[in-house]
Ligand binder design. Structure first.
Ligand code: CP
Length: 315
């Protein structure tokens, strides 16, 4: 069974075809619904809050001719201790696919191991691959890079500010290695990428293309893209005061954006916290493309679901 748990789960040819399909689905959205999911039912299990991911998947499944089944952890028997293995086996008897947002990456891996249906990562503490694919699509649009990410993103520099140990930074580390981008990470010494992401690179035979600096004036020099994410990720609330204090020097503001290329763009996966990780002026600037990023979640995820349905020959 083919799943999408991390950015390098698809081959190079598959990635090219998924990106082409996302652009096509965006262009022909008025012709929805399609029949790519053939009336199949796709579960959406969310252990954490979500606005963009949840709505874009639910709408996307409907637009592909499928039926979304919303399952939140607290209202299923998982909330009362039923094992992941049993839950995955049972859901495989009812559903055609399962989209999961959860905490530890090992949880989604365990679901995938026991499922006879494709599992899609809608965010774990380690990675956020659907967001990254959609962001890469948005970058191709903004940089006039065509539809092939291996060509259009090659050599581009992305500077990531703030918590460089978070799932978005990890996902950019993987995407940078896949698409041959330069990833310049910038944040406090104590929030650097973990050994886990470095092991993922090694396991995937991917060469690292990232560097780390604590100097906020250095990372964005000559960057094509400046990116940030919240300083207090879901699950890190207990340490919010310490995090807010440590990351203060790494707010993306006009000075940081001015050091980047003149035509650079500012990206954020949202939700944004103006005055924390990004200044209001940067959010209001023409360089900010947050809403285009959010919209492309829909088109890209439809392409991913249609591809998984095809790769797994779902009836
Ligand atoms: N970017 C993102 O995943 O947004 P949500 O948490 O609202 O789904």
């Amino acid at each position: 069974m083919r799943h999408f748990l991390q950015e390098n789960d698809f081959s190079k040819d598959e990635v090219k075809s998924i990106f082409a399909s996302a652009f096509e689905l965006k262009a022909c959205r008025s012709q929805r619904p399609s029949n790519d999911l053939k009336g199949g039912s796709w579960g959406m299990m969310f252990y954490k809050q979500s606005t963009r991911t949840r709505v874009s998947f639910e709408v996307g499944i409907r637009e592909l001719g499928g039926n979304p089944v919303i399952l939140d952890q607290s209202s299923t028997q998982i909330g009362r201790g039923e094992s992941i293995a049993d839950t995955a086996r049972v859901l495989s008897r009812f559903l055609d696919g399962l989209i999961i947002r959860t905490h530890g990456h090992e949880i989604i891996e365990e679901f995938a191991k026991s499922s006879q249906i494709p599992v899609v990562n809608a965010l774990t503490d380690l990675l956020h691959p659907c967001q990254i694919y959609a962001d890469c699509m948005t970058l191709l649009e903004k940089l006039s890079g065509g539809m092939n990410p291996f060509e259009g993103l090659k050599g581009k520099k992305l500077a990531f500010y703030g918590d460089t140990s978070c799932n978005m930074a990890n996902s950019w580390i993987l995407a940078g290695a896949i698409f041959d981008m330069e990833i310049s990470l910038c944040g406090p010494e104590d929030f650097q990428p973990s050994q886990e992401i470095q092991s993922l690179l090694q396991k995937g035979h991917l060469s690292p293309t990232w560097s780390f600096t604590t100097d906020p004036n250095h990372a964005s020099l000559n960057a094509d893209v400046v990116y940030t994410d919240v300083w207090v990720s879901m699950g890190c609330e207990a340490d919010s005061q310490g995090r807010l204090e440590a990351m203060k020097p790494y707010q993306v503001n006009e000075t940081i954006l001015e050091a980047a290329k003149k035509e650079s763009i500012f990206m954020h996966c949202m939700p944004a916290h103006p005055g924390e990780e990004v200044s209001q002026a940067v959010l209001d600037s023409d360089q900010a493309i947050l809403f285009d990023q959010a919209e492309n979640r829909l088109h890209m995820q439809k392409a991913i679901l249609a591809a998984l349905s095809k790769f797994n020959s779902l009836k």
